[in-house]
Design a binder for this molecule. Structure first.
Ligand code: NAD
Length: 486
């Protein structure tokens, strides 16, 4: 296995030495035993773990900045706003609301259950697995972890082997903060993750590509393990003719080129008329120069491509259509300039695969209807964006398409709101998280009805043989309460 593809499976510090051929067995047994001991259930334990996670972020800020700079050339500011502050906010929110989230939710009763207590209990699934990608390696490891811990689970975290700097910090430093009988980091690439997935987990939370999502779901199906799949795809961005080109260009350039375009919710391509394209090109050039200067390669605010494999893939995409802006690349630096492509064909690779880099193709359509038809012919995206001065156009785009999330006249700034769920639909994934949604994702919602042990005379009406008058009474009672017996 090459360095680029990742190393061998390593368990977090504190794990028992491995005997036998399966490197994960002992760790998983230890975590499962801890879960069955009930130690993760009390709110106080969960809060302790969340506070410890917060301390991990606070006390290792420099280490985390360095790791993210090493992996993705992220500036400290970019690391803070896209990774560390988001994680800390999720921790704070979970700590503030833990008691309320854990509380049983009372459920309404009917005539037959009037004396009973009906409620929904949020109970932990048990042993859960979180598999993370490399593009926001802290955020996409720790935000799910916050919800998994808050919900009282034992957790195995498998960070990406590609973002090696952050993987190292997560494996070597994070476990020192958390209770190691309940939490472990395991390392490895496709081969080791495949081996890990042979084990039974009670929940799997996967973030990554649709291709690997299918592998994860297939493995989970063998154990009937529920999954959340946070996947990617091609996110369309429609720009209506009535827009101010410079405003659109500023917003689009910021969220397309952030993290060198390696963001799952970034706009993958623009849809606009040829006339709008003519206005957008100088505006995009102006935004790129304003953000990254005349020589973007020397800008501290522009990220780098994660590795050579991704770099080669992206460089090949530069050959699609015609380069209108940018197009330069430097292999030694894994640098690709913020690029705009025009005259691209739908059949070209740049319009077939998720770009996941600083390249923005423009596809020409004549108006909103054609844009909607183009979008609906393809897989449902993770995010969809529409720019227009007309709220009618924005609403039509929302109404007549489907996507995991939708942005009207802006980009992924909605990701900063834990009150909004992040998740795909169809090919872009299933399930959702952020804020309370993460807690709910990692909780089994158990239906509970507690009845009095006595008072049997009240139950006698439901037992056969059913007299005519009893049948009438039961029909009336059920009918008048709009409910069914079964
Ligand atoms: P990936 O699917 O290649 O890898 C994700 C994880 O799966 C990694 O931990 C990796 O080690 C593991 N993995 C890879 N191959 C495997 C295999 N054969 N068997 C088992 N495990 C395997 O994704 P990536 O390249 O790390 O990340 C990029 C993708 O993730 C893009 O498609 C992007 O859109 C998507 N993504 C989605 C979101 C979201 O929130 N929906 C967020 C970030 C990234």
């Amino acid at each position: 296995m090459s360095k680029e593809e990742g190393g061998s499976a390593v368990k977090s510090p504190g794990a028992e030495p491995t005997l036998g051929t399966d490197p994960f067995e002992d760790t998983l047994r230890r975590l499962r035993e801890a879960f069955h001991s009930g130690c993760t259930r009390p709110a106080a334990f969960r809060a302790e773990q969340l506070q410890a996670l917060g301390r991990f972020l606070q006390e290792n800020k420099q280490l985390l900045h360095d790791a993210l700079a090493q992996d993705l050339h992220k500036s400290a500011f970019d690391s803070d706003i896209s990774e560390l502050i988001i994680c800390q906010n999720e921790i704070n929110l979970a700590l503030k609301n833990l008691q309320a989230w854990m509380k049983d939710t009372p459920a309404s009763t009917n005539l037959f259950t009037k004396l009973d207590s009906a409620f929904v209990r949020k109970e932990p699934f048990g042993l859960v697995l979180i598999i993370a990608p490399w593009n926001l390696p802290m955020n996409l490891s720790l935000v799910p972890l916050v919800g998994a811990l808050a919900a009282g689970n034992c957790v195995v975290l498998k960070p990406s082997e590609i973002s090696r700097g952050t993987e190292k910090v997560l494996a070597e430093v994070l476990p020192r903060y958390l209770d190691q009988s309940c939490f472990a980091v395991v390392l490895g690439g496709p081969e080791e993750t495949g081996q890990l997935l042979k084990h039974k987990f009670d929940y799997i939370f996967f973030t990554g590509s649709p291709r690997v999502g299918k592998i994860v779901m297939t493995a989970a199906a063998k154990h009937l393990t529920p999954v959340t799949l946070e996947l990617g795809g091609k996110n369309p961005c429609y720009v209506d003719d009535d827009c101010d080109a410079q405003i659109v260009a500023n917003r689009v350039a910021w969220f397309r080129y952030f993290n060198a375009g390696q963001t799952c919710v970034a706009p993958d391509y623009l849809l606009c008329s040829p006339e709008m394209q003519e206005r957008l090109l100088p505006a995009l050039q102006s935004a790129i120069t304003r953000f990254y200067g005349d020589d973007p390669q020397s800008s501290p605010n522009l990220g780098r491509i994660i590795n050579q494999k991704q770099f080669q893939r992206l460089r090949a995409l530069l050959g699609c259509g015609r380069v209108a802006i940018g197009g330069q690349s430097d292999e030694c630096d894994r640098y690709i300039a913020p690029t705009v492509l025009v005259d691209v064909q739908e059949t070209e690779p740049v319009m077939q695969e998720e770009i996941f880099g600083p390249i923005l193709p423009i596809v020409n359509v004549q108006g909103m209807d054609e844009a909607i038809e183009f979008i609906n012919r393809r897989e449902k995206p993770l995010a969809l964006y529409a720019f227009s001065n007309s709220s009618q156009v924005v609403n039509q785009m929302l109404e007549r398409t489907s996507s995991g999330s939708f942005g009207g006249n802006d980009g992924f700034i909605y990701m900063t709101l834990p009150s909004l769920p992040l998740g795909g639909v169809g090919h872009s994934g299933m399930g959702r998280y952020h804020g309370k949604f993460t807690f709910d994702t990692f909780s089994h919602h158990r239906a509970c009805l507690l009845c009095p042990a006595g008072l049997e005379e009240l139950n006698n009406i439901r037992y056969p043989p059913y007299s005519h008058s009893m049948q009438e009474l039961v029909r009336w009672a059920l009918g008048s309460h709009s409910c069914t017996l079964l």
